[in-house]
Design a protein around this ligand. Structure first.
Ligand code: NAD
Length: 470
């Protein structure tokens, strides 16, 4: 099989969408190219005293808006092409959901399963220091976040390293997002990408006009869902779908696939994996050694939420799902995408669908810059105002509301409610904008092309408005 070039695949999606517009070639080239990439190697002392030399990258795809933004991936399979592709997807993603950033991505070529926590901390801090010293990180220039193999713990180490070097900057905490709540993080960030995916799926499934051509009924209740990847993204989208009444019929992680047509409780499976190290032996489920088995499961909705390049020309004809919701970045090759289009499968593309993480990261960055928790200023004012309004209504109507009824109406604002409401609003507004683009541009027949088209227009417009192009 020829080696896949992920950046070229993203470029093919870009070109397909750009062909429906009329931007001059030079402007399109500027939008498409990766502006800068920093590749470096650094030594890491292992606990046994030996030294490993580790390769790392930070790619800044587009500076049409600053700071640039994108996750940091720790993976033994990562290479420069992948980092550039993921940075490009971030540029388009931020444009689609109207978050004011350019796109970036970082990566360190290590297998976290082969390192202790102390070693990972040394790698993370050294990586952060390299970025800081080359001006590839900072609240106004480049703001990383978690991705595959990293999480809140690594983001806390990065923030701490940044503060050690640039502690006199008042906005230093805005140098990275996805931090723990106690370290300047925000409520709801951990589940944000999965929650964003859930909001999209719920919106799409509520639309009878969308469901009819797929041969599906409306609503999430009873929908059969298969998920590949039970990490930060896969777990949350599976859990929220399960709570909304969908049946999670197959779940894969790196150790294999658990299948149970009666439905799997994602929380129970996650506990089982944490205790035993794999999906093997999960009560009631048939287990396959291959993580790819989840992809071909008998289901209505497939959510690839692990790694790229999973749906290919080879397995696309065997995929049974009628809806593919891309949680991972780049799970579908252009060849597979063409098969899905010809078979009338609805693909909700990564470049839009998994934007929940960057949306809530944006809220976290705003919180760090404003130095105040969302809801803190207005919470009590709002509560009193609601109670006063109800008092007036009671007096005017001569009725008395029960404490329960009052409690239903007077709901105190919390950071989490504000964040989730902003996430829902942003995801749903962007979905309808993509649909509107599809209707407005003759010839665009799929959501991915429409999403890319929208992104190209917005990034190109930013360059033109800055005077870079006439
Ligand atoms: P994670 O490290 O938390 O979880 C990855 C999961 O995938 C784990 O369950 C792992 O066992 C599984 N996995 C790894 N390789 C696999 C394989 N070959 N087959 C099956 N399962 C495999 O990572 P994550 O943060 O959940 O990211 C998953 C995907 O979502 C990545 O493509 C990432 O770029 C994308 N993404 C993440 C975020 C975020 O906020 N974390 C945002 C947008 C997109």
């Amino acid at each position: 099989m020829p080696e896949r070039r992920f950046f070229a695949d993203v470029g093919r999606y870009f070109d397909r969408a750009a062909a429906f517009g009329s931007h001059p070639p030079g402007l399109l080239a500027q939008v498409r190219h990766c502006n800068s990439i920093y590749r470096f190697d650094f030594p890491v002392r292992r606990n046994d005293g030996s030294i490993d030399v580790v390769r790392a990258w930070r790619a800044e795809h587009s500076h049409h808006k600053l700071p640039v933004k994108g996750g940091i991936r720790f993976s033994p399979h990562v290479d420069e092409d992948e980092v550039m592709a993921l940075a490009a997807l971030m540029t388009y993603k931020c444009a689609i959901v109207d978050v004011p950033y350019g796109g970036a991505k970082g990566a360190v070529c290590i297998d976290v399963r082969e390192h202790t926590a102390e070693e990972i901390e040394r790698v993370t801090r050294r990586y952060a220091y390299e970025l800081i010293s080359k001006n590839f990180m900072g609240p106004a220039v480049d703001v990383p976040a978690p991705d595959l193999g990293t999480g809140a713990r690594e983001m806390a180490w990065i923030a701490d390293t940044y503060q050690a070097v640039r502690g006199d900057q008042i906005d230093a905490l805005g140098c990275v997002t996805g931090k723990p709540l106690s370290q300047g993080g925000i409520a709801g960030r951990g589940e944000a990408t999965g929650r964003g995916l859930f909001y999209v799926l719920r919106e799409v499934c509520a639309d009878a006009d969308e469901m009819a051509p797929l041969g599906l009924s409306t609503g999430l209740d009873g929908k059969r869902v298969a998920v590949q990847g039970l990490g930060k993204v896969g777990y949350w989208v599976a859990r929220l779908c399960h709570e909304a009444g969908a049946r999670i019929v197959a779940v894969a992680d790196i150790s294999g696939t658990a299948v149970d047509p009666r439905g799997i409780d994602p929380a129970a499976l996650r506990r089982h994996i944490a205790d035993s190290g794999s999906v093997a032996g999960f009560p009631g489920a048939a287990v396959h050694d291959s993580p790819a088995a989840a992809l071909e499961a008998d289901c209505d909705v497939l959510i690839p939420a692990a790694v790229e390049n999973q749906l290919t020309a080879d397995n696309a004809p065997r995929i049974q799902a009628r809806i593919i919701l891309e949680g991972a970045n780049g799970p579908t090759t252009p060849e597979a995408d063409a098969v899905f289009q010809s078979r009338g499968v609805l693909v909700i593309p990564d470049v839009y669908a998994n934007a929940g993480g960057v949306i809530v990261s944006y809220f976290e960055w705003l919180k760090n810059l404003s130095h105040v928790r969302f809801g803190r200023l207005e919470r009590r004012y709002q509560e009193r105002a609601d109670n006063r309004l109800l008092d007036v209504i009671e007096t005017a109507t001569g009725t008395t509301l029960s404490a329960d009824d009052r409690g239903q109406i007077v709901t105190p604002i919390s950071e989490l409610t504000v964040v989730n409401s902003g996430l829902e609003e942003t995801m749903i507004t962007a979905y309808h904008k993509i649909r509107e683009t599809m209707r407005a541009v003759d010839g665009i027949e799929d959501l991915r092309t429409a999403a890319f088209h929208l992104a190209i227009d917005r990034v190109a417009e930013a360059y033109v408005q800055r005077g870079v192009f006439p």
